[in-house]
Design a protein around this ligand. Structure first.
Ligand code: RTP
Length: 155
């Protein structure tokens, strides 16, 4: 039934170092869980510089690039892989605009952040990048496919 709603996608979501430092990990995971997406990968991880540069390679020419790399490598991040129909665009909506002051209330950034340079969370911007980023941040054996248990008390 769910497959008939559209393609099942994967997205890479990451709690950035400020989100970890501020104790927002549970709050952020919770929003994706409650929405109804499936968690297939999760780890706390200190990102090396070369990985941060690879992840943000499209932004290499931007003036803020060195600061961005310093920020992402400044402490551990929480790496997540999430799966579901429409999960890429939906996660971007749940996250809100890049500039937290422009992000709508109710979004993660709209509720929890004030600075573009400290915007607590990352989400892939396309299904292709979702796959690319999951492959970049996770080893294959760190991704777990699982089927949610049927609720037997409802039968
Ligand atoms: P993300 O990749 O982290 O989900 O963010 P995004 O697509 O909303 O934004 P993008 O333009 O790809 O920028 C990536 C991250 O770089 C930092 N940034 N700093 N002017 C600045 O100082 C500036 N602009 C962007 C942010 O952390 C942004 O999330």
């Amino acid at each position: 039934l769910i497959a008939s709603l559209g393609e099942i996608e994967q997205t890479y979501i990451m709690v950035k170092p400020d989100g970890v430092q501020r104790g927002l990990v549970g709050e952020i995971i919770s929003r994706f869980e409650k929405k109804g997406f499936k968690l297939t990968g999760l780890k706390l991880f200190q990102c090396p510089k070369d990985l941060a540069e690879e992840h943000y390679k499209d932004l290499k020419a931007k003036p803020f690039f060195p600061k961005l790399i310093d920020y992402i490598t400044s402490g551990p991040v929480v790496c997540m892989a999430w799966e579901g129909v429409g999960v890429v665009a939906s996660a971007r909506k749940l996250i809100g605009s890049t500039d937290p002051l422009q992000a709508e209330p109710g979004t993660i950034r709209g509720d929890l952040a004030v600075q573009t340079g400290r915007n607590v969370v990352h989400g892939s911007d396309s299904p292709e990048n979702g796959k690319r980023e999951i492959a970049l941040w996770f080893n294959e054996n760190e991704i777990n496919q699982w089927t949610p248990a049927q609720a037997p008390w409802l039968r």
